[in-house]
Design a protein around this ligand. Sequence first.
Ligand SMILES: CCCCC/C=C/C(=O)SCCNC(=O)CCNC(=O)[C@H](O)C(C)(C)COP(=O)(O)OP(=O)(O)OC[C@H]1O[C@@H](n2cnc3c(N)ncnc32)[C@H](O)[C@@H]1OP(=O)(O)O
Ligand SMILES: NC(=O)C1=CN([C@@H]2O[C@H](COP(=O)(O)OP(=O)(O)OC[C@H]3O[C@@H](n4cnc5c(N)ncnc54)[C@H](OP(=O)(O)O)[C@@H]3O)[C@@H](O)[C@H]2O)C=CC1
Length: 267
Amino acid sequence: MTARTSVLADTACAGLSALVTGAGSGIGRAITLRLVELGARVTGLGRRAETLAETGSLAADRERYDYEVCDVRDTEAVVAAVGRTGARHGLGLLVNNAGGQFFAPATGISAGGWRAVIDLNLTAAFTVTMAAYPFLAEAGGSVVNISLSGVERGGMGMAHSVAARSGILGLTRTLALEWAKDGVRLNCVGPGTVLTSALSDEAGRHVHDNLVARGTPMRRATAPEEVAELVAFLAGPAGAMMTGQLIQIDGGAHLGPGLHMLPEAYA
Ligand SMILES: CCCCC/C=C/C(=O)SCCNC(=O)CCNC(=O)[C@H](O)C(C)(C)COP(=O)(O)OP(=O)(O)OC[C@H]1O[C@@H](n2cnc3c(N)ncnc32)[C@H](O)[C@@H]1OP(=O)(O)O
Ligand SMILES: NC(=O)C1=CN([C@@H]2O[C@H](COP(=O)(O)OP(=O)(O)OC[C@H]3O[C@@H](n4cnc5c(N)ncnc54)[C@H](OP(=O)(O)O)[C@@H]3O)[C@@H](O)[C@H]2O)C=CC1
């Protein structure tokens, strides 16, 4: 079965100003393109100008897209880039999507490997969110953190990443409490397998034979556009009473055998 993803009204995000990290590829690009299509203006953020510019060339209205080249692990650069974006356009939505990991059993993760993944998937999201807070508070805006399916149950081969994303869930729920007084909402979206080039390159046949075929009750991967539609829903007026939630968009993977990035998990 294919995904029918475009269900929101054409103007669902009109007037919204958004910052999307990791907008140059995969899920972040799909989120960016859909937000622009729905009337938002978006600043994409990532390390590579070329891919960020390419996202702009695909946008429904290029005038409502710009980008900042920035490593989310560089606190000073993040504060400057988010500050410029907020001052220029305001900020009604932050999507913390930049992230990733390598896949290894916990015994194969060095201290440096642990740090790299925690820095990227937990600490950097904290840094970006804190830099965005004054602008989000001014706009009564929201944050969507892109997490992982199975964050509450574990996933073999992803100890560092699941730990980081569990931290993000705790952060999301805590800030949802602390910032409700400002009208700022925060939610997590947990995709299952999404066949972006990043995942396909990394895991190859394991993804098709196990994560999709055996690990996903709905027997298909999540489309990037499905994640994008959910983000737009949460950001717009329909999501106005949703905060502190984890919404898993994974074809039921977190209910079933789960998505483990070690082939032997399926033996
Ligand atoms: C739930 C559904 C299942 C699928 C879930 C998830 C899917 C996805 O997220 S799709 C995206 C997948 N692709 C990626 O995530 C690619 C991005 N990955 C990275 O950029 C790196 O893996 C990174 C997160 C570690 C960041 O890289 P960087 O900071 O450049 O790190 P270094 O290369 O300098 O290495 C730091 C540290 O990590 C050790 N390391 C790196 N790769 C591996 C590996 N494959 N196995 C074991 N260890 C690894 C590396 O040796 C360094 O450690 P030390 O030498 O001890 O410092
Ligand atoms: N694909 C999947 O199956 C799933 C993915 N996810 C998560 O969804 C998110 C997007 O994944 P996906 O689209 O597949 O992967 P991609 O690798 O295509 O996207 C990651 C994006 O993040 C950016 N990025 C990475 N590191 C940094 C950094 N240090 N500073 C700034 N930007 C950075 C990259 O751009 P650049 O390199 O130019 O900086 C890239 O555009 C990730 O958090 C991923 O873990 C969750 C569940 C499943």
